[in-house]
Design a protein around this ligand. Structure first.
Ligand SMILES: NC(=O)c1ccc[n+]([C@@H]2O[C@H](COP(=O)([O-])OP(=O)(O)OC[C@H]3O[C@@H](n4cnc5c(N)ncnc54)[C@H](OP(=O)(O)O)[C@@H]3O)[C@@H](O)[C@H]2O)c1
Length: 268
């Protein structure tokens, strides 16, 4: 299968690196197209890719086209693409907030899959949610799923509303975790730990908690109960968070991202 990725930025390159190892590509190298000459020069050093600087050389022959440019670049790109595509091609969008209908209308095409990627795909631990237009067959969807899974795991959602919702959870979510980590790092530094020790204390705590969560069928709430004893230190911290409504604030933040994704969809 001939897979083309348009846009070799954070997401495009990350997904290209994962997908380039897929057996589904068969003998074809993964194709990448970008407009930035510096990126093209760097990409050409990577033997796993077939790099293009002209759309007409790579788009007409691609079976599957991943679109990984920023949403505000898509208008110009789509005008250019429109004259070179055919009905059999499948377009997989990684763009936040851009609806399937808007892609179908602007590209004058039918087979569109919309995804919400996330950054841990860079280390093979990403989670991508995806949904499709009705013209995409089950087999085509499975093929795309297999490609997405090369970057971690994926979940199929029934409607685009869940794509916008997953923007609020997994798409933007790594930043919430980093925010929490940064807060703990700053607390550790204030307590007098060195940079190195603060980093180890925080990252090991996150890693350990995630591992406990993954290896047991116990909810985070139950884990909190297990590690907190009445009148103890952990309970003091949890009480402080509850008094400050931290849980509600985090939920508000997730909804802010969700609502922004919906708004962005309307802007296009
Ligand atoms: N980053 C995230 O965590 C994240 C999370 C969820 C979803 N997304 C979505 O992923 C998409 C890509 O984001 P990103 O962070 O990877 O963006 P990025 O780093 O800016 O990458 C986009 C790349 O596409 C290139 N480009 C621009 N116009 C082009 C065109 N007409 N044809 C071909 N290439 C073109 C850009 O070149 P220039 O640099 O020269 O413009 C850049 O190399 C976005 O739509 C975003 O909504 C990102």
């Amino acid at each position: 299968m001939r897979v083309l990725v348009i846009g070799a930025g954070n997401m495009g390159l990350t997904y290209s690196e994962g997908m380039s190892k897929s057996v589904l590509l068969n003998k074809h190298k993964l194709r990448i197209y970008d407009t930035d000459p510096k990126k093209i020069e760097t990409l050409r050093k990577n033997d796993a890719f077939n790099v293009f600087e002209n759309l007409e050389d790579c788009l007409p022959l691609a079976d599957l086209v991943f679109i990984a440019v920023k949403p505000y670049h898509s208008d110009d790109l789509f005008i250019q693409m429109k004259t070179m595509i055919n009905d059999q091609q499948i377009f997989v969008s990684l763009m936040a907030g851009v609806t399937i209908q808007s892609i179908q209308e602007r590209l004058q095409t039918k087979k569109v899959i919309r995804t919400m990627p996330n950054l841990p795909a860079q280390v093979g631990k990403g989670v991508t949610s995806y949904t499709e237009s009705k013209e995409v067959s089950k087999v085509e969807l499975l093929m795309v799923r297999n490609l997405l899974d090369t970057t971690g795991t994926s979940i199929h959602v029934k409607t685009e509303n869940f794509i916008d919702a997953s923007t609020g959870i997994s798409g933007s979510g790594p930043a919430y975790v980093f925010y929490f980590m940064q807060s703990m790092l700053e607390a550790a530094l204030k307590m007098g730990f060195s940079d190195y020790d603060s980093k180890v204390l925080v990252s090991s705590t996150f890693e350990g908690a995630i591992e406990l969560f993954n290896q047991n069928d116990i909810s985070p709430e139950k884990w909190i109960d297990r590690v907190s004893s009445k009148g103890g230190t952990t309970q003091a911290a949890i009480d402080s968070m509850e008094d400050n409504n931290v849980k509600q604030l985090i939920q508000d933040a997730a909804y802010a991202a969700f609502n922004r994704a919906i708004e962005m969809g309307k802007e296009k």
